[in-house]
Design a protein around this ligand. Sequence first.
Ligand SMILES: Cc1ncc(COP(=O)(O)O)c(C=O)c1O
Length: 430
Amino acid sequence: MVSKTQNQDWHPNIWPPFTQITNSKPQQEVSHGKDALLFTKDPQQELIDGISSWWVTLHGHSNEYIANAIFNQAKSLEQVIFADFLHPQAKKLAERLSKLTQLERLFFSDNGSTAVEVALKIAYQSWQNQGETRSQIIAFEGAYHGDTFGAMALGERNIFNENFDNLMFPVKRAPWPSTWINDDDVERKENEAIQKLITLLKVPTVAVILEPLVQGAGGMNMVRPEFIQKVSEVVKNNNSLLIADEVLTGFGRCGSLFAFKRANIIPDLISISKGLTGGFLPMGITLTKEKIFQSFIDESPRKTFWHGHSFTANPLGCAAANASLDLLEKEPLKYMSLEKKHFDHLVKFRKLPFIKKIRITGTIAAFDLELGNKVGYLNDIGKKIKSLSMKKGLFIRPLGNVVYLLPPICITDDQLEKSYQIIWQTLNDL
Ligand SMILES: Cc1ncc(COP(=O)(O)O)c(C=O)c1O
């Protein structure tokens, strides 16, 4: 068979994620990483990891404290079937996360998509277990919740999932009132979104799911905490459940330990992953209120939550997560201080006429570029910026025309300054 691979630099046995190899640069080999830096070979280069390796690396690469916690755990217990056995790291993690979120029950899985799938399945079945059949699910325009079928169905329908359109269940959508610095129209947009949500909620609804404060993959679209508060209120008043997908926003990313805390709400279910293990190991957790768990307690097998994964509550992942929480608790300033630092750097970007919608929430800073041909993710200006920035020592991965920084919280002031200088130079070179 004739290979359609155009570029022989791609590895012949690897199928890279989210990539069309005919128009992308081949993966570069990384020899090691330390703190906010990645070190590549061929060419040998030191790169600032400006997006925390797909938003997971929290305290930096190869953090010794977390590495030692995993090493020590591996010497005593690496894996055990969680349906029959408990282990100290899972107990400790469950107790800590439950205390921090005020949600009493934790269900372990493997990644962000599964943490969302589990939340949705629990919400759906909990109504059935209480004798009520509901099918309407509400998500927001521009949402992204993962790539497995359920999570994919919750996300905005677009080029990434249109091939599977016939296989996805229907989801109702409310507008997402994205805002930015100096946005005069924010209240009108929020009111419109809330009115739409109230109308949709007239139909008994399984759950409303959102990414609190920041929609990540949809384009780093940020909303005010006030909006999240209003959504929570409306969901409660209409007797539905609120699922907070904190896969990206959790663990300090939005300037508070969890984004929902900044909005001063308590969701009914929360999905977490990515930064959960400090970005060291794949793990997902779905947290729920005790009341929801209680609706599954019954002699009838039909009321059981028949769901589980081989690596549920893997001891190495739990050890990494406990170590990561230790670090977050020891130095909360690391995630709390980045918002102001981003702001101080971004102020001067306002001078560039093609930069629009500057926005910052916690450790995440973004803006839109009014340049390039297509709208959204397929605008190739992002690829150009990525390539030029890499040559100067910064790894970023714009979402089409949305340029953003989401660095590990250990990034030094000098490294952050250098990152902004590189973006500035790159934009001026375009
Ligand atoms: C908000 C949100 N939910 C879910 C996911 C899916 O997580 P994973 O890639 O670990 O399956 C992502 C991934 O980017 C995400 O940003």
